[in-house]
Write a new protein. Structure first.
Length: 532
């Protein structure tokens, strides 16, 4: 719990630090102090001293927590001087060498409402001896997430909130935090060394959440401890659950703040036996910034369920789109012509299924809802893929104009033309296929549908240029010099007046001296009266 305007005296802080770093406390006493404050008890003496000193500085602005730490250090020292082991049974007449300030009744009431923030790992980090001296045990974290929409109903004269309720994470449509499962842990800057922050989750605490298969246990991390925060892990960090590495991307997209997802650790947690302590270890290094890590039970939402919500949610009406198109066409400073609208999603290059766009987008081109949400699930940026403007989930709407075009066109149609008056028509070769529905539009090479064109004869050979398609009866191929399509015309279709005689053949291999030249062939009479 953070007290407004409170800061421990520098002399008090230095006195505690000097005591911890002195030879008056042995490893056993330092381990006892760490155990009482929820810190790791493993490592050499220097590691134990560093953890306790870090805790002292972290709690310097928290009057209540600083009193706990100071009391634990003095009590362990006094017990070691009196020959008593610690922790152990504490006699009723034992007193602390330096008694911390007694909390007021109002402060005790607040402690039962909110959980104290510390670098300690278990929620049971409040030592039993502190309760004997008049300090109430910290309440367990609230069963509700300190989200943006949550209201605080405590009176205005109450003590300030703890970190658990002072900051929240940027909301996401893919998960809704339900319950905070452990205290928020502070990750102090580590420029040269590496540090591991342990968090313990009891199996019986998880069972009441994991009965619902849509509930996931997720690890969140933030850079700040006030206001709405984006998920951000240290650049050099890793997660382990029960000794197993968590395969999760803790960095997000390069140079894209806010694109990091929380780490899902559900599959690595054990629910039996009920008393099993699931250990979550967060190790980080090489950072000069302070981070805050916490674990939530979250209600997850699939992409399909979100697409269903969009289909039942906001709509951009057809008339609104037509009005926008005609408004731009009336603009005297802009020369408008027909524009091409693609029916393919710019993300997946597949035909649109559920065409959506942001309400703030000025273009009529849409993108597919499923493809867009799948991309945001991997690395949330929430930017329109067409105009690169913000397109968060709550601003997405189904475009009914594009939806109508998709319903009235074949799946093979890839684009349409939008006229300045808002009407649309097919563009490209698909136009003839869809608009004309006559049987002569198509032909099957397996049948006797032949293509007849204007035929010209030159030198006794025909040249064919396809022009129109006709359905003709099957005829055998009688002309060896012309293709099947050009030779299927019946003999009756040829005019007798266009019949030409066979060409003259001149033999140049012979000689005029050897034999006389043959007389020219007699020409056929083609005149109507028998005269030339």
């Amino acid at each position: 719990m953070t007290s407004t305007g409170y800061a421990a005296a520098r002399a008090d802080i230095q006195a505690l630090v000097t005591l911890v770093n002195s030879s008056a406390l042995l490893n056993r006493q330092l381990q006892s102090i760490c155990q009482l404050n929820g810190l790791r008890t493993s490592g050499v003496k220097a590691d134990l001293q560093r953890r306790i000193v870090s805790l002292i500085h972290d709690s310097a602005t928290d009057q209540f927590r600083f009193g706990q730490v100071r009391a634990s250090i003095h009590q362990v020292r006094d017990n070691s001087q009196n020959g008593r082991s610690y922790p152990g049974h504490q006699p009723q007449h034992a007193t602390l060498h330096a008694t911390p300030p007694q909390p007021s009744h109002q402060q005790q009431h607040h402690n039962h409402l909110t959980s104290a923030v510390s670098t300690a790992s278990p929620r049971s980090s409040m030592p039993a001896y502190a309760q004997a001296q008049g300090y109430p045990a910290p309440a367990t974290p609230g069963s509700t997430y300190a989200a943006v929409t949550q209201q605080n109903d405590r009176p205005s004269h109450a003590m300030p909130q703890s970190i658990n309720s002072l900051f929240s994470f940027k909301p996401s449509p893919f998960h809704d935090p339900i319950s905070l499962l452990a205290d928020v842990k502070t990750c102090d800057p580590m420029i040269q060394n590496r540090r591991t922050v342990p968090i313990t989750l009891r199996a019986h605490e998880l069972q009441r959440h994991l009965t619902d298969p849509s509930v996931k246990i997720m690890v969140f991390c933030a850079l700040g401890n006030t206001g709405v925060q984006e998920i951000a892990f240290p650049h050099q960090s890793e997660l382990k659950v029960n000794g197993v590495d968590v395969k999760a991307n803790l960095r997000g997209l390069k140079n894209k703040p806010g694109s990091t997802r929380p780490a899902d650790i559900t599959g690595l947690l054990r629910q039996r036996p009920p008393s099993y302590p699931n250990t979550v270890e967060f190790t980080y290094a090489m950072t000069n910034k302070k981070f805050y890590i916490c674990i939530y039970a979250c209600k997850s939402h699939s992409v399909d369920s979100l697409v269903g919500r969009l289909q039942c949610g906001k709509k951009i009406s057809r008339q609104a789109v037509v009005n926008e198109i005609t408004r731009k066409a009336r603009d005297t400073e802009i020369v408008t012509t027909s524009q091409v609208m693609s029916l393919k999603c710019p993300l997946s290059c597949m035909r649109l299924e559920v065409p959506v766009r942001s309400e703030a987008c000025k273009h009529i081109q849409c993108f597919d809802a499923t493809s867009y949400l799948q991309l945001q699930e991997q690395g949330p940026q929430w930017l329109c893929p067409i105009c690169n403007q913000p397109a968060p989930f709550e601003r997405l709407a189904v475009d009914e104009y594009a939806k109508e075009i998709l319903q009235e066109t074949a799946k093979s149609v890839e684009q349409v033309k939008i006229e300045p008056n808002g009407k649309w028509r097919l563009a490209g070769p698909e136009a003839d296929e869809i608009k004309d529905d006559e049987p002569e539009n198509s032909f099957n090479l397996d049948d006797d549908d032949v293509v007849i064109s204007d035929i010209s004869y030159f030198g006794g050979r025909s040249t064919v240029t396809p022009a129109r398609s006709y359905q003709m009866p099957s005829t055998p191929n009688t002309n060896m010099g012309v293709s099947r399509e050009g030779s299927s015309m019946p003999r009756s279709a040829q005019s007798a007046g266009t019949k030409r005689p066979a060409p003259d053949v001149i033999d140049l291999t012979g000689s005029d001296d050897d034999e006389p030249s043959a007389p020219p062939p007699k020409r056929q009479n083609t005149g109507p009266n028998g005269y030339y």
